[in-house]
Design a protein around this ligand. Structure first.
Ligand code: CA
Length: 519
């Protein structure tokens, strides 16, 4: 296979270069502790990662982490929305414990976080990119974060010294700043923790200058449930406002330039298209318009309606989403190459993950939030040569809740009792405990945008039970028989025993995780 030849060729310069540079690396102070490179994206569905068998794109950079390390096949978030996921990762606690329940809450940076604990124990720590927690980062020697959601082109970075605007494309710039910190500021007497956190592929899915034409002329396969009618599902699935058909904005989301008349009448997120264009340099804007003008003209001329229009929107949306991921993938490869060139690959644990998944047209949707598989599931790829056997897969149920304790464990730093996850280190070493969890707990609180009802639930390797407490409604899915979660079995007498068992398990987990009464 060409893959193995590529891997072998990469190993050759490592052997030559690694030894002398390692003398000046983290091992020189006698520490066996690895560097930690955490690459975290925003809204990247596992269905758009080559290593997970993507039908719609290729990701050779990310796949390299899986090929040389471990792919987790059952990795899930605890609360499927941007800011809360970040708080869960930092604190190793559920949202109801760390206090960041939804995107409107402000993070309390005085609570224990794994970066602070690693820094206290001798790690050099840095955070670059999306933060989204409103307060300034704590626990980092260096930080440079995008304000709020950040911009794709020429983004501002907030630093301890003020706000600066970098010219370029955000995914490249976050990586530039990450490598720059490593090259210029990292104290090589210490192991490092670098959190490289991308905005991409978050809405509004603006591709970078190098990928504007990728996938053009290609039909991306549609999901089987693009025209789901939500029959048998609870009312929340009917009431959501995240449909490609009805809730995707033609100008802001789909990059169709408004006519003069449309421009005078912009509403909702479409109003933000002005700011999007104004931020681009004349050269960037020219490249943007050169890519989209003809396509938009063809769209106007076609006069699509009904399902044809939905199909067109899906194609426009998914191509831009995948173009954003192509930039991430290029930059993942850049970081891996940099580690190779520095002889650091052996001493660095590399983690690739996303805050939560995303709907790529499944159920007719974009966005996330629901406990359904496309948004609940995350990619999780970990490479750590010498500890993880190359090319392994792991199907134990793991969550973003586990990352803080994992990072502390690999560094030999005790985790505070309040942390609620489990270290993945035994799994990385190939000795998954018999006592590993058999169910995960999920909770979602946000009200407002996209109108998804608050809900909570439990998932085992086969079953998922979801409760919508405000409405007294339930959903039960058999993930083996119905992986697309189309048939709600909650009221099926045949499955009453399963539902009762799962309801008991849900209540048990609420006690274990200290969910307040009436939450
Ligand atoms: Ca997100």
């Amino acid at each position: 296979m060409s893959t193995s030849i590529l891997v072998d060729m990469r190993l050759i310069p490592l052997v030559i270069v690694a030894a002398p540079i390692l003398l000046a690396g983290p091992d020189s102070n006698g520490s066996e502790r690895p560097n930690i490179l955490f690459i975290y994206t925003d809204d990247h569905s596992a269905a758009a990662v080559g290593a997970y068998g993507s039908r719609i794109n290729r990701t050779p950079g990310m796949d390299r982490i899986a090929e040389e390390g471990m792919r987790f096949d059952n990795a899930f978030c605890t609360n499927g929305i941007c800011a809360p996921c970040r708080a869960v990762v930092l604190t190793g606690t559920h949202s109801h414990v760390n206090g960041l329940m939804d995107n409107g809450d402000v993070f309390d940076g005085s609570q224990p976080t794994f970066p602070q604990l690693l820094r206290d124990d001798g790690y050099a720590t840095a955070l670059i990119g999306k933060w989204h927690l409103k307060t300034d980062p704590t626990g980092f020697d260096h930080w440079a974060v995008l304000p709020g959601q950040g911009d794709y082109y020429n983004p501002d970075f907030v630093t301890a010294d003020g706000t600066v605007r970098d010219e370029g494309y955000v995914t490249d710039l976050v990586t530039d700043r990450s490598i720059d910190w490593l090259q210029r500021e990292w104290d090589r007497e210490k192991p490092f923790l670098l959190m490289c956190q991308h905005k991409a592929p978050h809405r509004s899915w603006m591709p970078g200058p190098g990928h504007l034409d990728l996938y053009e002329g290609i039909e991306i396969p549609e999901p089987a449930t693009l025209f789901d009618d939500y029959a048998t599902r609870a009312s929340a699935a009917h009431d959501q406002e995240m449909e490609i058909d009805r809730h995707m904005y033609l100008h802001y989301d789909l990059k169709v330039e408004p006519t003069e008349q449309e421009r005078a009448e912009l509403s909702g997120p479409d109003r933000w298209i002005r700011g999007m264009r104004e931020r681009l340099t004349p050269e960037q804007l020219a490249a943007w318009d050169a890519a989209f003008a003809d396509r938009n003209e063809a769209f106007r001329a076609a006069g699509l309606e009904g399902r044809d229009l939905v199909r067109w929107k899906y194609q426009r949306y998914i191509k831009n989403y995948l173009r954003c991921i192509a930039s991430v993938d290029d930059n993942v490869a850049r970081l891996l190459d940099w580690l190779d060139a520095q002889g650091l690959a052996e001493d660095t644990i590399v983690v690739y993950s996303s805050d939560q998944g995303f709907f790529l047209g499944e159920h007719g949707w974009y966005d996330k939030r629901f406990m359904y598989e496309p948004s609940l599931r995350t990619p999780l790829l970990i490479r750590w040569p010498g500890t993880i056997a190359a090319g392994r897969t792991e199907d134990a149920l793991v969550q973003n809740l586990d990352l803080a304790q994992t990072f502390l464990d690999v560094a030999g730093v005790p985790a505070p009792d309040r942390m609620q996850g489990s270290s993945l280190l035994p799994l990385l070493e190939g000795r998954t405990p018999d006592t590993w969890r058999e169910s995960i707990y999920y909770e979602y609180f946000e009200r407002g945008i996209h109108n998804v009802q608050p809900h909570r639930g439990v998932r085992t390797d086969r079953w998922k039970l979801i409760e919508y407490p405000d409405r007294g409604e339930w959903e039960l899915f058999d993930l083996h028989e119905d992986p697309d979660e189309i048939v709600n079995l909650a009221d099926d007498p045949v499955h009453l025993e399963t539902r009762t068992e799962l309801e008991s398990e849900l209540r048990r987990l609420q006690v274990v995780y200290g969910v307040p009464d009436g939450s």
